[in-house]
Ligand binder design. Structure first.
Ligand SMILES: NC(=O)c1ccc[n+]([C@@H]2O[C@H](COP(=O)([O-])OP(=O)(O)OC[C@H]3O[C@@H](n4cnc5c(N)ncnc54)[C@H](OP(=O)(O)O)[C@@H]3O)[C@@H](O)[C@H]2O)c1
Length: 244
């Protein structure tokens, strides 16, 4: 392999995705950093790395995904590594989650990864090389009381990861999931304002929230050439909240 690997990270405008994009760039990948509604300028300004290339991608839209991937291929090269990170949370009591909520949730947090995978897979198969890493959630493993639809989408993502592993690992394309517990980002900021939050955090075996670099390190490993014999797995980065 003469050229650096090309990685696409969705939802890289902030939080975990931004951390993953930074970690990959530092490890000499050429990184397409996906953003949607948030302006991408901060990532380009903050990062001294010129190997991060911002790309507009709304994973809820097939057209946006296709356009973005075409643009990445034209500007940087064929995608070797896909990190399906983009997602959103929507805490709501079960009985208040409407069909429209369910559809929007599944369209982004499950189908978004499917759309991106479909778009990059032909190139990966032609190269006989690919790394797909899906960012799931502990909610997808043990169920979720506060956002049942989010938990179901994330469980689906773990199953999708395994199906991709069964279908394509033999052609050099591995597929794995990383399942974070509670990680310090904007996504959980509201949840952490709840009076019960400190005791919940103390109840985590590691007794603190996880950090973005801790999640990024697991993703970086799964993206590496050295992880070629790891596929269909879910790596838990959850401080011991769940051992399964
Ligand atoms: N933080 C946690 O404790 C935790 C725990 C378990 C799993 N996770 C998962 O980790 C991933 C990252 O979470 P985070 O904590 O970093 O969240 P975050 O800070 O809220 O960031 C979410 C990212 O997803 C992007 N996004 C949302 N909808 C999108 C769409 N339709 N198309 C493209 N991008 C979209 C956002 O982009 P824009 O702002 O540009 O719209 C943003 O960059 C998510 O999949 C989340 O479910 C997080």
């Amino acid at each position: 392999m003469n050229r650096p690997r090309v990685a696409l990270v969705t939802g890289a405008s902030r939080g975990i995705g931004k951390g993953i994009a930074d970690a990959l760039a530092k490890a000499n990948y050429l990184v397409a950093a996906g953003y949607n509604s948030s302006p991408i300028l901060p990532i380009a300004e903050e990062s001294s790395l010129d190997s991060i290339w911002p790309v507009k991608i709304d994973i809820s839209s097939e057209d946006s995904v296709k356009q973005a991937i075409q643009s990445v291929e034209n500007h940087i090269g064929r995608v070797d590594v896909l990190v399906n990170n983009a997602g959103f949370a929507q805490p709501k009591p079960f009985m208040e989650i409407s069909d429209a909520d369910w559809e929007a949730m599944l369209s982004v947090n499950l189908l978004g990864a499917v759309r991106c995978t479909r778009a990059v897979l032909p190139g990966m198969l032609e190269n006989n090389y690919g790394r797909i890493v899906n960012i799931s959630s502990i909610g997808g493993q043990w169920g979720g009381m506060y956002q049942v639809h989010y938990a179901a989408a994330k469980a689906g993502l773990i199953n999708f990861t395994r199906s991709m592993a069964k279908l394509y690992s033999g052609q050099g394309v591995t597929s794995n999931a990383v399942s974070p517990g509670l990680i310090e980002t904007e996504m959980i900021a509201q949840e952490m304002k709840d009076p019960s939050a400190p005791s919940r955090v103390q109840g985590i075996p590691v007794a603190r929230l996880g950090t973005v670099p801790e999640v990024a390190a697991a993703v970086l490993y799964l993206c590496s050439d050295e992880a070629g014999y790891v596929t269909g797995q879910t790596i838990n980065v959850n401080g011991g909240m769940y051992f399964g």
